[in-house]
Design a protein around this ligand. Structure first.
Ligand code: TYM
Length: 341
């Protein structure tokens, strides 16, 4: 299908499950801001609260507060609610409605093959919620409800985006239409997979019980600097060539983080710091991280002082979103053969 028939529109989302961290920022939010400011796309960014209860139910007050905090972090990072449509998923009911149709398009085998489902369900898949299995069909609905053409995400969402393409293609094929676009994943930059600060072979994650493994977007300057100082490294100096870091995951991770924060290529970091020991490099990295992240944390805390304003922004976002989602859902229902009232 020719992609040109669709308005270039970016959609992406983050779960309000707490502990938004540097991986979320560098792998996703920073690109959200860049794509908003590029002026080439309409941009829609979403707090996916319906997804946030699939792994386990959250305390209701905590979920509300996480959702507002995530919204504050989007805005503090540079997302402008006038330029982008900023929404909370459950406030735009068409997401759940389209997800039902997609539950009937997607095949059980597709869902059971998802690595994130397998990881999260663990050994006792019988006890996992039905929502956890259906999670990627809701994600496909999030994107396709806007006819989203581009989706900026970290590397761990690649398989879900392939499934989104499969769902769009099967819907189009089964109904003989060219209705849903085949979405392009946008997985770019030096930090598509930010690793755990204490173990460079594991992904930085909000669910890790040890706080020192990640930099949270709410951390203050001292905490950021301390976590970088204590990050695991090795005794060797930084090499001249990035390829020489292939077997040094902790070192590679810090170089990638530096590159992403400074908006330069990892090799350019080595051009500046080759020969440095980590004692030195960590000081430079901590300064850079504090410089970029501390203002976001303080702006977030300022925004969180006025939750009514955040609710107003999300209310307005939902209204603007529904100008897009209501017609697309109606057309989907027509294609499928649902009666209209
Ligand atoms: P979530 O909430 O787990 O993560 C949000 C975004 O952060 C990226 N990310 C990372 N990037 C680099 N390094 C890391 N260590 C790291 N950890 C997380 C994720 O790749 C993601 O881009 N399923 C999605 C939410 C979602 C969504 C959507 C995304 C729901 N509907 C529609 C895009 C489009 C998720 O769980 O992300």
């Amino acid at each position: 299908m020719a992609e040109t028939q669709f308005t270039p529109r970016v959609f992406s989302g983050i779960q309000p499950s707490g502990n938004l961290h540097l991986g979320n920022y560098l792998g996703a939010v920073k690109h959200f801001v860049d794509m908003q400011n590029a002026g080439e796309y309409e941009t829609v960014y979403c707090m996916v609260d319906l997804h946030a209860i699939t792994a386990k139910l959250l305390d209701p007050d905590e979920l509300r507060s996480n959702t507002r905090e995530l919204c504050a972090s989007f805005i503090a990072s540079g997302i402008d609610p006038e330029k982008s449509i900023l929404i909370n998923q459950s406030q735009v009911p068409e997401h759940a409605q389209l997800a039902w149709i997609f539950n009937c398009i997607a095949r059980m085998g597709w869902m059971q093959r998802m690595t994130q489902y397998k990881d999260k369900a663990g050994k006792n898949a019988e006890a996992a919620s039905l929502g956890l299995l259906a999670y990627p069909a809701l994600m496909a609905a999030d994107i396709l409800l806007y006819h989203g053409t581009h989706v900026p995400v970290g590397d761990d969402q690649k398989q879900h985006l392939e499934l989104t393409r499969d769902i769009a293609a099967k819907f189009n094929h089964d109904y003989g239409v060219d209705f849903f676009p085949i979405t392009e994943p946008v997985i770019r930059g030096a930090a598509t997979r930010v690793m755990n600060l204490q173990d460079g072979t594991k992904k930085m994650s909000k669910s890790d019980p040890a706080d020192k493994t990640r930099i949270n977007m709410t951390d203050d300057a001292d905490t950021i600097a301390k976590k970088i100082r204590k990050a695991k490294t090795d005794p060797d100096p930084l090499p001249d060539a990035f390829d020489d870091l292939a077997e040094r995951p902790d070192a590679r991770n810090l170089v990638n983080i530096y590159a992403a924060l400074a908006d330069i290529a990892p090799q350019a970091v080595l051009d500046q710091h080759a020969g440095s020991l980590f004692g030195h490099f960590k000081v430079a990295l901590a300064d850079l991280a504090v410089d970029k992240l501390a203002p976001i944390a303080s702006e977030m805390s300022r925004l969180m002082d006025d939750p009514a304003e955040i609710d107003r922004i999300l209310g307005r976002g939902a209204e603007r979103a529904r100008e897009i989602t209501v017609p697309i859902l109606e057309q989907t229902y027509d294609i499928v053969g649902m009666l209209r009232s």
